[in-house]
Design a protein around this ligand. Structure first.
Ligand code: B16
Ligand code: MG
Length: 217
């Protein structure tokens, strides 16, 4: 293990709850069905692709212009929720785990599909914890395409096989594995059983064992 790349929403920060609230608000306004299980399908998926998943689920077809307008509205609501973000939004144990990896010489990357990722990191003052940051603004193909993690590993100067990826999303686990990396399925979301390692919470990890063997404890 030379490097660990972390997803942001749902792994380092509970911003996945804000994404849910913003999509739910839009769906309620439009009279569309939207629930937690549909929301799970949006994890790691880009904004426009997420809207398409909701539209397909509801059997709705809209012109491109209207889709852009609705996605923009969702993003404005999401950013309004972010305005109140503070340390309580941090996933328990995430920062301690990242710092512990750093002191053991493991390089740290961030790979988030979100175009708002940099704003979240800066607002929480945690951007300097990451040696390299790749966000939705740096990629042309969203997860499950491996582009985001391949770019991250390249910038960190490590081989994919030496890289572990923490992901709460099916699309993210698929992306990491497609890039030849070791996928750690993190958190309670369903559908992560094909991850190479399965971890529910950071407290379940013993850092020394993890760095030495790739096993949680
Ligand atoms: P934005 P991650 C992803 O972030 C979220 O999981 C996903 O729900 C969201 O649609 C996507 O970012 C795009 O976000 O609209 O802010 O650009 O999990 O890859 O950190
Ligand atoms: Mg995520």
């Amino acid at each position: 293990m030379k490097a660990v790349i972390f997803d942001l929403d749902g792994v380092v920060v509970y911003t996945d709850a804000y994404h849910y609230k913003a999509w739910k608000k839009l769906s309620d306004d439009q009279g569309w069905a939207f629930d937690e299980s549909l929301n799970d399908q949006l994890r790691g998926v880009s904004r426009m692709a997420s809207l398409q998943v909701i539209l397909d689920h509801n059997g709705i077809d809209l012109p491109e212009e209207k889709k852009v307008e609705l996605a923009t509205r969702k993003n404005e609501d999401y950013r309004a929720f972010l305005a109140g973000i503070d340390d309580t939004a941090l996933v328990d144990g995430a920062l301690d785990f990242i710092r512990a990896l750093r002191t053991r010489g493991v390089k740290i990357g961030l790979g988030s599909s979100s175009k708002n990722a940099m704003m979240v990191l800066e607002k929480l003052g945690i951007d300097s914890l990451f040696d390299e940051i790749v966000t939705g603004k740096d990629i042309s193909r969203s997860k499950p395409d491996p582009e985001i993690f391949v770019k991250g590993a390249q910038r960190l100067g490590v081989e994919p096989a030496e890289t572990y990826v923490f992901e709460d999303a099916v699309s993210g686990v698929d992306a990491a594995q497609a890039g030849g990396m070791v996928a750690v399925g993190f958190g309670p979301s369903e559908g992560l059983d094909h991850a190479d390692v399965r971890v529910m919470r950071f407290a379940d990890l013993d850092v020394d064992t993890f760095v030495a063997t790739g096993k949680p404890a």
